[in-house]
Ligand binder design. Structure first.
Ligand SMILES: Nc1ncnc2c1ncn2[C@@H]1O[C@H](COP(=O)(O)OP(=O)(O)O)[C@@H](O)[C@H]1O
Ligand SMILES: [Mg+2]
Length: 412
Protein backbone atom coordinates (compact mmCIF):
# COMPACT_ATOMS: atom_id res chain seq x y z
CA UNK A 1 0.00 0.00 0.00
CA UNK A 2 1.20 3.45 -0.85
CA UNK A 3 0.69 5.90 1.99
CA UNK A 4 0.74 9.60 1.29
CA UNK A 5 2.50 11.22 4.20
CA UNK A 6 2.81 14.92 4.70
CA UNK A 7 5.35 15.62 7.34
CA UNK A 8 5.92 19.30 7.90
CA UNK A 9 8.77 21.02 9.63
CA UNK A 10 6.34 22.86 11.86
CA UNK A 11 5.31 19.56 13.44
CA UNK A 12 8.63 19.57 15.27
CA UNK A 13 10.35 21.68 17.84
CA UNK A 14 13.42 23.25 16.25
CA UNK A 15 16.07 21.64 18.44
CA UNK A 16 14.90 18.20 17.52
CA UNK A 17 14.48 18.65 13.80
CA UNK A 18 18.11 17.82 12.89
CA UNK A 19 17.81 14.68 15.02
CA UNK A 20 15.28 13.18 12.67
CA UNK A 21 18.29 12.16 10.62
CA UNK A 22 20.67 11.30 13.45
CA UNK A 23 20.78 7.83 14.84
CA UNK A 24 23.03 5.75 17.02
CA UNK A 25 22.80 2.44 18.80
CA UNK A 26 22.02 4.30 22.04
CA UNK A 27 19.93 7.45 21.69
CA UNK A 28 19.66 9.42 24.90
CA UNK A 29 17.14 12.26 25.14
CA UNK A 30 17.17 13.85 28.56
CA UNK A 31 16.50 17.18 30.23
CA UNK A 32 13.85 19.18 32.03
CA UNK A 33 10.18 18.32 32.33
CA UNK A 34 8.09 19.17 29.28
CA UNK A 35 11.00 19.63 26.92
CA UNK A 36 9.28 17.64 24.19
CA UNK A 37 11.50 14.57 24.47
CA UNK A 38 8.81 11.94 24.51
CA UNK A 39 6.82 13.53 21.76
CA UNK A 40 9.88 13.81 19.55
CA UNK A 41 10.94 10.21 20.07
CA UNK A 42 7.38 9.16 19.18
CA UNK A 43 7.50 11.32 16.04
CA UNK A 44 10.89 10.04 15.03
CA UNK A 45 10.24 6.37 15.61
CA UNK A 46 6.97 6.35 13.70
CA UNK A 47 8.61 8.02 10.73
CA UNK A 48 11.46 5.59 10.86
CA UNK A 49 9.15 2.60 10.99
CA UNK A 50 7.05 3.90 8.13
CA UNK A 51 10.20 3.97 6.05
CA UNK A 52 11.57 0.67 7.32
CA UNK A 53 8.63 -1.70 7.75
CA UNK A 54 10.62 -4.58 9.19
CA UNK A 55 10.95 -2.87 12.55
CA UNK A 56 9.24 -3.94 15.72
CA UNK A 57 9.29 -1.41 18.55
CA UNK A 58 9.12 -2.33 22.22
CA UNK A 59 8.15 0.56 24.51
CA UNK A 60 9.12 0.07 28.15
CA UNK A 61 8.09 2.01 31.24
CA UNK A 62 8.18 1.28 34.94
CA UNK A 63 4.76 -0.38 34.78
CA UNK A 64 2.46 -1.48 31.99
CA UNK A 65 -0.49 0.63 33.18
CA UNK A 66 1.58 3.80 32.99
CA UNK A 67 1.84 3.55 29.18
CA UNK A 68 -1.71 4.42 28.36
CA UNK A 69 -1.63 8.07 29.37
CA UNK A 70 1.92 8.63 28.25
CA UNK A 71 3.78 6.76 25.54
CA UNK A 72 0.70 5.27 23.92
CA UNK A 73 -0.99 8.63 23.97
CA UNK A 74 2.04 10.43 22.50
CA UNK A 75 2.31 7.85 19.72
CA UNK A 76 -1.40 8.09 18.96
CA UNK A 77 -1.19 11.88 18.76
CA UNK A 78 1.63 11.57 16.28
CA UNK A 79 -0.48 9.21 14.16
CA UNK A 80 -3.13 11.94 14.16
CA UNK A 81 -0.61 14.57 13.23
CA UNK A 82 0.64 12.44 10.33
CA UNK A 83 -3.01 11.72 9.45
CA UNK A 84 -2.56 7.96 9.39
CA UNK A 85 -4.35 6.85 12.54
CA UNK A 86 -7.32 5.49 10.60
CA UNK A 87 -4.95 3.31 8.60
CA UNK A 88 -3.42 1.74 11.71
CA UNK A 89 -4.64 -1.21 13.67
CA UNK A 90 -4.76 -0.36 17.37
CA UNK A 91 -5.63 -2.82 20.15
CA UNK A 92 -6.18 -1.98 23.80
CA UNK A 93 -5.61 -5.40 25.36
CA UNK A 94 -2.85 -6.06 24.87
CA UNK A 95 -1.89 -2.51 24.07
CA UNK A 96 -0.45 -2.46 20.55
CA UNK A 97 -0.22 -0.41 17.38
CA UNK A 98 0.34 -1.80 13.92
CA UNK A 99 1.29 0.78 11.32
CA UNK A 100 -0.19 0.66 7.79
CA UNK A 101 2.93 -1.07 6.48
CA UNK A 102 2.81 -3.80 9.12
CA UNK A 103 5.48 -2.41 11.45
CA UNK A 104 4.51 -3.15 15.05
CA UNK A 105 4.64 -1.34 18.38
CA UNK A 106 4.19 -3.20 21.65
CA UNK A 107 4.28 -2.07 25.30
CA UNK A 108 5.65 -3.63 28.46
CA UNK A 109 6.22 -2.79 32.13
CA UNK A 110 9.74 -3.12 33.54
CA UNK A 111 8.18 -4.55 36.72
CA UNK A 112 7.09 -7.74 34.97
CA UNK A 113 10.37 -9.25 33.90
CA UNK A 114 9.04 -12.49 32.51
CA UNK A 115 6.64 -10.68 30.17
CA UNK A 116 9.23 -8.07 29.41
CA UNK A 117 11.82 -10.55 28.25
CA UNK A 118 9.51 -13.00 26.49
CA UNK A 119 9.58 -10.91 23.38
CA UNK A 120 10.80 -11.76 19.94
CA UNK A 121 11.71 -9.93 16.81
CA UNK A 122 12.24 -6.61 18.57
CA UNK A 123 14.53 -4.22 16.70
CA UNK A 124 14.03 -0.97 18.62
CA UNK A 125 13.50 -0.35 22.32
CA UNK A 126 12.26 2.92 23.77
CA UNK A 127 12.63 3.20 27.52
CA UNK A 128 10.45 6.05 28.74
CA UNK A 129 11.18 7.64 32.15
CA UNK A 130 14.29 5.52 32.19
CA UNK A 131 15.36 6.79 35.63
CA UNK A 132 12.61 4.60 37.09
CA UNK A 133 13.85 1.50 35.25
CA UNK A 134 16.80 -0.37 36.67
CA UNK A 135 20.14 -0.87 35.01
CA UNK A 136 19.66 -4.58 35.38
CA UNK A 137 16.46 -4.61 33.32
CA UNK A 138 18.03 -2.39 30.70
CA UNK A 139 21.08 -4.59 30.37
CA UNK A 140 18.97 -7.69 30.05
CA UNK A 141 17.14 -6.03 27.18
CA UNK A 142 20.38 -5.15 25.44
CA UNK A 143 21.49 -8.77 25.75
CA UNK A 144 18.17 -10.05 24.41
CA UNK A 145 18.48 -7.87 21.36
CA UNK A 146 21.92 -8.93 20.28
CA UNK A 147 22.27 -10.83 17.08
CA UNK A 148 21.29 -10.94 13.48
CA UNK A 149 18.92 -8.82 11.49
CA UNK A 150 18.48 -5.10 11.48
CA UNK A 151 20.78 -2.90 13.47
CA UNK A 152 19.24 -2.67 16.91
CA UNK A 153 18.56 0.66 18.55
CA UNK A 154 17.75 1.92 22.02
CA UNK A 155 16.06 5.18 22.84
CA UNK A 156 15.97 6.49 26.38
CA UNK A 157 13.99 9.48 27.62
CA UNK A 158 14.25 10.78 31.17
CA UNK A 159 14.72 13.65 33.59
CA UNK A 160 18.18 13.60 35.18
CA UNK A 161 16.77 13.11 38.66
CA UNK A 162 19.94 12.13 40.42
CA UNK A 163 23.61 12.03 39.59
CA UNK A 164 23.48 8.80 41.57
CA UNK A 165 21.40 7.18 38.89
CA UNK A 166 22.84 4.37 36.73
CA UNK A 167 22.03 6.49 33.67
CA UNK A 168 24.72 8.98 34.64
CA UNK A 169 27.49 6.44 34.92
CA UNK A 170 26.29 4.37 31.97
CA UNK A 171 25.81 7.08 29.33
CA UNK A 172 27.73 10.09 30.62
CA UNK A 173 30.74 9.11 32.69
CA UNK A 174 31.78 6.26 30.47
CA UNK A 175 29.45 6.07 27.47
CA UNK A 176 29.34 2.96 25.31
CA UNK A 177 30.41 3.28 21.69
CA UNK A 178 27.83 4.73 19.33
CA UNK A 179 25.91 6.82 21.85
CA UNK A 180 24.07 10.00 20.93
CA UNK A 181 22.97 12.41 23.64
CA UNK A 182 20.67 15.41 23.41
CA UNK A 183 19.81 17.60 26.38
CA UNK A 184 16.74 19.83 26.12
CA UNK A 185 14.73 22.03 28.46
CA UNK A 186 11.16 23.29 28.52
CA UNK A 187 12.41 26.39 26.74
CA UNK A 188 12.95 24.23 23.67
CA UNK A 189 9.28 23.29 23.55
CA UNK A 190 7.06 25.93 21.99
CA UNK A 191 3.92 23.86 22.51
CA UNK A 192 3.69 24.18 26.31
CA UNK A 193 0.70 25.86 27.86
CA UNK A 194 0.57 28.60 30.46
CA UNK A 195 -0.42 26.26 33.30
CA UNK A 196 2.63 24.13 32.83
CA UNK A 197 4.93 27.15 32.79
CA UNK A 198 3.27 28.57 35.91
CA UNK A 199 3.79 25.25 37.65
CA UNK A 200 7.49 25.34 36.84
CA UNK A 201 7.77 28.92 38.01
CA UNK A 202 6.16 27.93 41.29
CA UNK A 203 8.71 25.14 41.61
CA UNK A 204 11.55 27.54 40.90
CA UNK A 205 10.44 29.74 43.79
CA UNK A 206 9.59 27.03 46.28
CA UNK A 207 11.88 24.09 45.57
CA UNK A 208 15.17 25.12 43.96
CA UNK A 209 16.71 21.69 44.10
CA UNK A 210 13.83 20.12 42.28
CA UNK A 211 13.82 22.98 39.77
CA UNK A 212 17.43 22.27 38.93
CA UNK A 213 16.32 18.93 37.50
CA UNK A 214 12.81 19.57 36.21
CA UNK A 215 13.34 23.18 35.11
CA UNK A 216 16.96 23.38 34.07
CA UNK A 217 17.45 19.75 33.10
CA UNK A 218 20.66 19.46 35.14
CA UNK A 219 21.61 16.38 37.10
CA UNK A 220 20.08 16.37 40.54
CA UNK A 221 22.63 16.58 43.30
CA UNK A 222 22.32 15.63 46.89
CA UNK A 223 22.70 18.73 48.94
CA UNK A 224 23.48 18.86 52.57
CA UNK A 225 19.96 19.21 53.93
CA UNK A 226 17.32 16.78 52.78
CA UNK A 227 14.38 19.15 52.76
CA UNK A 228 14.56 22.59 51.15
CA UNK A 229 10.92 22.55 50.17
CA UNK A 230 9.43 24.39 53.14
CA UNK A 231 8.46 27.79 54.50
CA UNK A 232 7.74 28.82 58.07
CA UNK A 233 4.46 30.70 58.07
CA UNK A 234 1.44 31.09 60.32
CA UNK A 235 -1.90 29.98 58.89
CA UNK A 236 -5.45 29.54 60.09
CA UNK A 237 -5.47 25.99 61.42
CA UNK A 238 -9.23 25.68 61.44
CA UNK A 239 -9.62 26.82 57.89
CA UNK A 240 -6.97 24.42 56.69
CA UNK A 241 -8.54 21.59 58.70
CA UNK A 242 -11.89 22.20 57.04
CA UNK A 243 -10.54 22.22 53.53
CA UNK A 244 -7.95 19.51 53.34
CA UNK A 245 -7.27 15.88 54.14
CA UNK A 246 -5.66 15.33 57.52
CA UNK A 247 -2.52 13.25 58.04
CA UNK A 248 -1.26 12.16 61.46
CA UNK A 249 1.95 10.27 62.17
CA UNK A 250 3.80 9.28 65.31
CA UNK A 251 7.30 8.13 66.25
CA UNK A 252 8.04 6.48 69.60
CA UNK A 253 10.87 7.24 71.97
CA UNK A 254 11.39 7.36 75.70
CA UNK A 255 14.69 8.17 77.35
CA UNK A 256 17.06 9.64 74.79
CA UNK A 257 14.64 10.03 71.91
CA UNK A 258 11.35 11.86 72.11
CA UNK A 259 7.92 10.52 71.34
CA UNK A 260 6.53 12.81 68.72
CA UNK A 261 3.31 13.27 66.82
CA UNK A 262 2.80 15.44 63.75
CA UNK A 263 -0.54 16.53 62.33
CA UNK A 264 -0.77 18.08 58.90
CA UNK A 265 -3.22 18.80 56.09
CA UNK A 266 -2.59 18.16 52.45
CA UNK A 267 -3.77 20.38 49.60
CA UNK A 268 -3.25 17.91 46.79
CA UNK A 269 -4.23 20.31 44.03
CA UNK A 270 -1.50 22.78 44.90
CA UNK A 271 0.91 20.14 46.12
CA UNK A 272 1.14 21.87 49.49
CA UNK A 273 1.10 20.40 52.97
CA UNK A 274 0.26 22.50 56.01
CA UNK A 275 2.16 21.16 59.00
CA UNK A 276 -0.12 22.23 61.74
CA UNK A 277 0.30 20.74 65.22
CA UNK A 278 1.98 18.08 67.26
CA UNK A 279 4.05 17.25 70.31
CA UNK A 280 7.63 16.27 70.94
CA UNK A 281 8.69 15.05 74.34
CA UNK A 282 10.81 12.47 76.13
CA UNK A 283 9.65 10.35 79.07
CA UNK A 284 6.07 9.89 77.91
CA UNK A 285 4.36 6.70 79.03
CA UNK A 286 1.67 5.25 76.82
CA UNK A 287 -1.02 6.69 79.06
CA UNK A 288 0.56 10.15 78.66
CA UNK A 289 0.65 9.71 74.92
CA UNK A 290 -3.00 8.66 74.84
CA UNK A 291 -3.93 11.69 76.96
CA UNK A 292 -2.15 14.05 74.62
CA UNK A 293 -3.78 12.53 71.57
CA UNK A 294 -7.14 12.81 73.25
CA UNK A 295 -6.47 16.46 74.15
CA UNK A 296 -5.73 17.17 70.50
CA UNK A 297 -9.07 15.63 69.55
CA UNK A 298 -7.40 12.90 67.57
CA UNK A 299 -8.42 9.78 69.48
CA UNK A 300 -10.76 8.70 66.67
CA UNK A 301 -8.39 9.61 63.84
CA UNK A 302 -6.18 7.42 61.73
CA UNK A 303 -2.67 7.66 63.13
CA UNK A 304 0.27 5.95 61.43
CA UNK A 305 2.95 5.11 63.96
CA UNK A 306 6.42 3.60 64.03
CA UNK A 307 5.85 -0.12 63.52
CA UNK A 308 8.96 -1.01 65.53
CA UNK A 309 6.82 -0.76 68.70
CA UNK A 310 3.87 -3.11 68.28
CA UNK A 311 3.46 -3.30 72.05
CA UNK A 312 2.95 0.45 72.40
CA UNK A 313 0.56 0.41 69.47
CA UNK A 314 -1.49 -2.38 71.04
CA UNK A 315 -1.57 -0.59 74.37
CA UNK A 316 -2.64 2.71 72.84
CA UNK A 317 -5.48 0.88 71.15
CA UNK A 318 -6.57 -0.44 74.52
CA UNK A 319 -6.37 3.08 75.88
CA UNK A 320 -8.94 4.15 73.30
CA UNK A 321 -6.76 5.31 70.42
CA UNK A 322 -8.48 2.80 68.16
CA UNK A 323 -7.19 3.75 64.77
CA UNK A 324 -3.49 3.85 65.48
CA UNK A 325 -1.63 1.51 63.16
CA UNK A 326 1.95 0.58 62.34
CA UNK A 327 3.62 2.01 59.28
CA UNK A 328 4.73 -0.44 56.66
CA UNK A 329 8.46 -0.68 56.41
CA UNK A 330 10.00 -1.75 53.15
CA UNK A 331 13.70 -1.83 52.35
CA UNK A 332 13.30 1.40 50.44
CA UNK A 333 10.67 3.01 52.64
CA UNK A 334 12.81 5.85 53.98
CA UNK A 335 13.99 6.88 50.57
CA UNK A 336 10.62 6.60 48.89
CA UNK A 337 8.99 8.46 51.79
CA UNK A 338 11.51 11.28 51.47
CA UNK A 339 10.96 11.42 47.71
CA UNK A 340 7.23 11.64 48.32
CA UNK A 341 7.60 14.50 50.80
CA UNK A 342 9.85 16.29 48.32
CA UNK A 343 6.98 16.37 45.83
CA UNK A 344 5.20 18.90 48.05
CA UNK A 345 5.83 22.31 49.44
CA UNK A 346 5.51 22.40 53.23
CA UNK A 347 4.09 25.34 55.10
CA UNK A 348 5.07 24.88 58.70
CA UNK A 349 3.32 26.68 61.53
CA UNK A 350 5.88 28.69 63.59
CA UNK A 351 4.62 27.00 66.77
CA UNK A 352 6.25 23.76 65.63
CA UNK A 353 9.79 24.76 66.56
CA UNK A 354 10.82 21.11 67.01
CA UNK A 355 9.76 20.34 63.45
CA UNK A 356 11.61 23.36 62.07
CA UNK A 357 14.77 22.42 63.94
CA UNK A 358 14.73 19.01 62.34
CA UNK A 359 14.04 20.40 58.88
CA UNK A 360 17.06 22.64 59.22
CA UNK A 361 19.34 19.86 60.38
CA UNK A 362 18.23 16.61 58.79
CA UNK A 363 20.85 15.96 56.13
CA UNK A 364 22.64 13.41 53.99
CA UNK A 365 25.73 11.63 55.20
CA UNK A 366 28.97 12.71 53.66
CA UNK A 367 31.28 10.16 52.13
CA UNK A 368 34.50 10.35 54.14
CA UNK A 369 36.73 9.64 51.16
CA UNK A 370 35.19 11.61 48.33
CA UNK A 371 33.70 14.37 50.48
CA UNK A 372 30.50 14.11 48.45
CA UNK A 373 27.08 13.69 49.97
CA UNK A 374 25.68 10.19 49.77
CA UNK A 375 21.99 9.46 49.38
CA UNK A 376 21.79 8.07 52.88
CA UNK A 377 20.21 10.29 55.52
CA UNK A 378 21.89 10.76 58.88
CA UNK A 379 20.20 9.06 61.82
CA UNK A 380 19.64 12.28 63.77
CA UNK A 381 17.09 15.07 63.61
CA UNK A 382 14.64 12.53 62.26
CA UNK A 383 12.05 12.01 64.99
CA UNK A 384 9.33 14.46 64.04
CA UNK A 385 10.33 14.01 60.41
CA UNK A 386 9.87 10.26 60.71
CA UNK A 387 6.47 10.77 62.31
CA UNK A 388 5.60 13.03 59.41
CA UNK A 389 6.96 10.54 56.90
CA UNK A 390 4.81 7.75 58.36
CA UNK A 391 1.78 10.00 58.10
CA UNK A 392 2.34 10.24 54.33
CA UNK A 393 1.57 6.56 53.89
CA UNK A 394 -2.06 7.01 52.81
CA UNK A 395 -0.81 9.17 49.95
CA UNK A 396 1.64 6.54 48.85
CA UNK A 397 -0.23 3.27 48.91
CA UNK A 398 -1.13 2.83 45.25
CA UNK A 399 2.34 3.81 44.20
CA UNK A 400 3.93 1.57 46.76
CA UNK A 401 2.02 -1.42 45.60
CA UNK A 402 3.47 -0.91 42.16
CA UNK A 403 6.88 -0.27 43.56
CA UNK A 404 7.09 -3.44 45.56
CA UNK A 405 6.43 -5.26 42.32
CA UNK A 406 9.14 -3.41 40.48
CA UNK A 407 12.69 -4.15 41.41
CA UNK A 408 13.76 -0.69 42.39
CA UNK A 409 12.24 2.62 43.32
CA UNK A 410 13.42 5.98 42.14
CA UNK A 411 16.97 6.66 43.13
CA UNK A 412 16.41 10.13 44.51
N1 LIG B 1 6.08 18.55 18.33
C1 LIG B 1 5.04 18.79 19.13
N2 LIG B 1 3.83 19.07 18.63
C2 LIG B 1 2.78 19.33 19.45
N3 LIG B 1 2.84 19.31 20.79
C3 LIG B 1 4.02 19.03 21.35
C4 LIG B 1 5.19 18.74 20.56
N4 LIG B 1 6.20 18.50 21.40
C5 LIG B 1 5.71 18.61 22.66
N5 LIG B 1 4.41 18.95 22.63
C6 LIG B 1 3.53 19.18 23.79
O1 LIG B 1 4.31 19.37 24.95
C7 LIG B 1 4.00 18.38 25.94
C8 LIG B 1 5.25 17.97 26.66
O2 LIG B 1 6.07 17.29 25.77
P1 LIG B 1 6.72 15.91 26.17
O3 LIG B 1 7.28 15.31 24.95
O4 LIG B 1 5.78 15.09 26.96
O5 LIG B 1 7.88 16.43 27.13
P2 LIG B 1 8.93 15.59 27.97
O6 LIG B 1 8.82 14.16 27.51
O7 LIG B 1 10.23 16.22 27.62
O8 LIG B 1 8.54 15.79 29.39
C9 LIG B 1 3.33 17.25 25.16
O9 LIG B 1 2.45 16.51 25.94
C10 LIG B 1 2.61 18.00 24.07
O10 LIG B 1 1.40 18.49 24.57
MG1 LIG C 1 8.39 12.56 28.70
Amino acid sequence: MDIKLTVKKRFFNDVYYPYLKREARFNVYYGSAGSGKSRFVAQKLILKMLKEPKHKLLVVRETLVSHKDSTFNELAQVLDQYKIRHLCSITKTPLSITLPNGAQIIFRGADDESKLLSISGITIVWVEEAAAVSRDVFEQLTLRLRGQGLKKQFYLTFNPVSEDSWLKSYFFDNPPEDTLVLKTTFKDNRFLDEDFLNGLEHMRLTNPRKYKVFGLGDWGTLGETIYDNWTERAFDRQEVAQRYKMLVGMDFGFTADPTTLVQSFVDEENKTIYVSSGFYSTGLLNQDIADRIEAMGLSKSEIIADSAEPKSIAELKRLGIRRVQGARKGPDSIRSGIAKIQEYHLIVHPDLDFFITELKNYSYKKDKVSGKYTNEPIDRYNHALDAFRYSMEPLMLPERRLKTMSKKGFGF
